[in-house]
Design a protein around this ligand. Sequence first.
Ligand SMILES: [Zn+2]
Length: 287
Amino acid sequence: MTRHREPGRLLAVFAHPDDESFACGGTLAYYAKKGFRVTLVCATRGEAGEISDASLATRDNLAEVRERELRNAADALGVTELVLLDYRDSGMAGTPENGHPRAFVKAKPDDVVRELVGIVRRSRPHAVITFDPKGGYGHPDHIAAHNHTRAAFHAAADPEMFPGLGTPWRPARLFYSVFSRGMFEKMKQGLASLGEDVSEFDEWESSSILWEDEDIHAVIDVSGVADAKLKAWNCHQTQFGPDNPMRRVPEDIMSQIIGTETFVLGSPNPDNGARYDDLFDDLKLND
Ligand SMILES: [Zn+2]
């Protein structure tokens, strides 16, 4: 395993303000701190999200408030460049928000992929992060972000695709930020220790959203940037309010939850048993 001396470039593509911080805020902060160029793309402003406290936002200004929360979180993580794609949060599956004309799930794939290809060719990332094929816990916008990012990851390298959008660029690796079963158990244990109702977790455990620990390809130790990660979580007040039970999880369990982030390699096809403790292991970063 070789360690890189040159700073690399990382691109993360998510759907809503807060996805970046909760999914892999530590990884973004970890590489930003090493001097890597970190580009974050967010497809929507989270218009359909919750409002933890009515004094923070109204339905009418939630987009504006969440954009501000995202900008503050990106600063806390040390993100180099934040790009908002200007689609609308499509809401949870089966809600009327799904049908909004600007809903991200209704966007033409070609339009979104074109935007993302432009960003990949301009920012020339060595590694790209997005959701897994199930969209983490399954939000329709997360699944859309996965599909479009995966398509753009391949299209950006193809000179026949979107000519005129800049010089083709082939990012070396595509990673999916995933929930590991081990981490999930820790979260459940943390909440159960507070006497919280964790019955919802049982349903998730039996669903296919969790990745078995042996199927995970990268485990990143982000304990050294836990403060930046927690600061970013706290920027998302409308989603992570003072009453959120996660805030009361005992510190030893919380530091384990916060200190590790897990990824599955989406491309290239992983070698059997491939394990990284760094997303950029063995990559040539000098171009
Ligand atoms: Zn989301």
